[in-house]
Design a binder for this molecule. Sequence first.
Ligand code: NDP
Length: 252
Amino acid sequence: MSSDIHSLEGKIALVTGGGRGIGKAIALDLADAGADVVITYSRSADAAEEVVSQIKAKGRKSKAIQADAIDFKQAEEVISEIQKEFSGLDILVNNAGITRDTLIMRMSEEQWDDVIRTNLKSVFNYSKAAIRPMMKNRSGSIINIGSVVGISGNAGQTNYAASKAGIIGFSKSLAKEVASRNIRVNVVAPGYITTEMTGQLDEKVLKSIEEAIPLKRAGEPSEISGSVRFLASDASSYITGIVLSVDGGMAM
Ligand code: NDP
């Protein structure tokens, strides 16, 4: 074990939706810090296997597991598979998420339910399953990926903003429940980050968003993963229940 408080050597991490975008950057960054990293995916098997190869090339153990984040039973199975094969779980990053943007006048019940289930119920599913081994170890760090939109709201994203605001309430409540067992629960709230999720926007919309960001540019996935790595490590051992905005100043 390393005495460096930033090191994750000997730790086992799970990143949901770790095959692409921000989740991929998080998985690679945790591996760089020394953790063995399991990722889940729903559709992108090739991308997930590629991340596993990259993590193994860093000398860490890794595995990709197909699991739909909305499925409670599958979450339990993923956690028990990790406990068996990796002998524990120290870090959980709830990253899997989707958007189904439209104004409420046009929003279908399905668009509402899909986003709430994928973004919010998934956080319940994996947190509940992970808490048992973490309680046993009397140690753990859960990092939930929120959004600036969960803080400030955004027209056309009532479903998404509700899911991300829900994550904040959930995380603070869970942080209070498990703090006495030395388990920390925090939220990282990204602003506008260049990934496939934001890739469909046209040039004009993108320009106007960038104009509104105090740092005047979109962020990169690697600018989110550093904060997650920090919250996963002992460098943040006295931090729980916070929402860390990583958004170029958007939430100000
Ligand atoms: P991407 O669309 O690039 O990636 C989404 C990831 O989530 C993929 O790995 C995908 O896996 C996974 N995923 C989606 N649905 C499910 C599911 N049902 N079960 C399991 N995995 C699933 O998005 P980003 O990387 O941009 O977003 C990552 C997180 O960051 C999300 O929670 C998002 O809300 C949040 N965020 C993103 C921002 C941005 O500007 N990009 C801003 C603020 C927050 P697969 O391909 O296998 O389906």
